[in-house]
Design a protein around this ligand. Structure first.
Ligand SMILES: [Zn+2]
Length: 328
């Protein structure tokens, strides 16, 4: 198992995978985004979320963990806008039904559905607040945080998501994992207070548009810098456990981050504020239920069991119940 993980890390760092399968803000950034979003919340929500902040943090990466075993999962993390046209936002209908009518559901799923999935998650989270269902509030809050985070990543909006069309393989993990891992301690996490969002679907589209508008810089600057910094300086080797892995060097990472002029930090801070604001909006739309009423309850046994079953599935590729006869 250990060796398998090391191979995976190596392949990831080298950008070997050729589908969207394994990409999104690195695990580190997703966890940081969910965690920091808790601090944007108003007092009526803060004590509940603060109490469960470890859950919200730890489960920020669940949607990525199940991408390989749940067939419909992968397209929820991205949208290849440039598949549709060079001016995609004039072409793609805002609403899901209109988009299905224009392109078919299969085709939409083939090229990613992240803005629409954020809307679906908002409905589910709002319902969970209405029902006072603590398990679902926690699970859905963690997971919507993931999808919102992904929608802020420029390379989640293009077919050239890993630079594979322009000879820049590996840029995906470089932008969203390597830079935050090296730089995020120095970020200023003061992002302000969560705000009510009138139209979550519109907000999700606005986010995707900004991400898409930044993807050219993400790719161009890396290409420019690669001409200046020769490959023996572009990469370095680091020890991870017992394995040596090839990574983008600190020198190359810092120079690229400087060229981007704070873009990674800006997108991460915007993610934090949007996640907090979506949680807040779902709570308001549910009629502002009293969360302190739920506050005495710890993460319930049923949620714990459900998480165990999911983790089993990710690790083994088959459901727990088929092995142990579990039915729940
Ligand atoms: Zn993701």
């Amino acid at each position: 198992m250990k060796t398998k993980n090391h191979v995976l890390v190596l392949l990831l760092l080298l950008g070997v995978f050729s589908t969207h399968q394994l990409y999104s803000w690195g695990f580190f950034a997703h966890k940081r985004i969910n965690r920091m979003a808790v601090f944007t919340l108003p007092p009526e929500m803060f004590s509940f979320y603060k109490k469960h902040i470890e859950y919200i943090t730890d489960h920020a990466t669940d949607p990525d963990s199940r991408r390989n075993v749940v067939a419909d999962e992968a397209p929820r993390h991205y949208i290849d806008c440039d598949h549709y046209s060079t001016h995609p936002f004039d072409s793609i209908p805002t609403y899901w039904k209109a988009a299905v009518a224009k392109y078919s559901e299969d085709s939409l799923k083939a090229y990613g559905i992240v803005p629409w999935h954020i809307e679906v998650m908002m409905y589910r989270l709002t319902d969970a607040f209405k029902q006072g269902n603590i398990d679902r509030i926690l699970k859905l809050s963690s997971e919507i945080g993931h999808y919102i985070g992904d929608s802020h990543v420029p390379l989640h909006t293009t077919e050239n998501y890993n630079g594979q069309l322009t000879g820049q393989r590996g840029i995906h993990g470089f932008w969203e994992s390597r830079i935050p891992e090296l730089k995020a301690e120095g970020y200023d996490y003061f992002v302000g207070r969560a705000e009510y969002i009138e139209n979550p679907l519109k907000k999700a589209w606005e986010t995707v548009q900004v991400s898409f508008s930044e993807k050219d810089s993400v790719l161009l600057f890396e290409a420019e810098l690669s001409k200046k910094i020769l490959s023996d300086k572009k990469y370095s080797f680091e020890n991870r456990g017992t394995t040596t892995v090839k990574v983008y060097s600190e020198e190359f990472t810092s120079a690229y981050d400087k060229m981007l002029n704070g873009m990674v930090e800006r997108r991460m801070m915007a993610s934090i504020l949007t996640v907090g604001s979506m949680w807040y909006t779902a709570w308001v739309n549910a009629g502002q239920p009293n969360l302190d009423r739920l506050d005495t309850k710890e993460v319930s046994d049923s949620l714990r069991k459900a998480n165990e079953a999911e983790e089993y599935l990710w690790k083994h590729g088959k459901p727990l119940e088929t092995v142990k006869g579990h039915t729940d």
